[in-house]
Design a protein around this ligand. Structure first.
Ligand SMILES: C[S@@+](CC[C@H](N)C(=O)[O-])C[C@H]1O[C@@H](n2cnc3c(N)ncnc32)[C@H](O)[C@@H]1O
Length: 105
């Protein structure tokens, strides 16, 4: 992955992702492919009611870039390094029983 911190990542399907959850009131969200946090930023901006945004990625560098690009949401963001198939383990560790939103994109 490039190390240019000025890199701006435009997520594919950003509009579709926002539209899919726009009417849903959410407390917790699980993003199984956080990447550089492009979708996360859109969801967090559209859902100020969110208390927790759990972002998982198997690429540690992607998680680092996501944490940088989402600094204004750092109080809500929890990053998990690993495979999204292990979401139950990650959520359990964080003490989260239910999420209202989920995607892998
Ligand atoms: C297309 S990017 C995600 C883009 C991201 N949603 C965004 O808005 O910036 C795909 C990401 O999924 C991660 N990934 C792919 N398969 C995965 C898996 N099985 N578990 C966790 N992360 C995975 C990759 O490391 C990569 O960072």
């Amino acid at each position: 992955m490039e190390e240019d911190s000025n890199l701006v990542h435009i997520p594919v399907m950003g509009e579709e992702v926002v539209e899919a959850f726009h009417e849903v009131k959410m407390t917790a969200f699980f993003d199984g492919t956080l990447g550089m946090g492009g979708h996360a930023k859109l969801i967090l901006e559209d859902h100020p009611e969110l208390k927790l945004y759990v972002g998982c990625d198997r690429d540690e560098m992607a998680l680092e870039l996501a944490r940088e690009s989402l600094t204004e949401h750092r109080e809500k963001l929890r990053t998990c390094h690993g495979e999204h198939k292990d979401l139950a383990v990650f959520l359990d560790r964080l003490g989260v029983g239910t999420v209202q939103g989920f995607f892998l994109t």
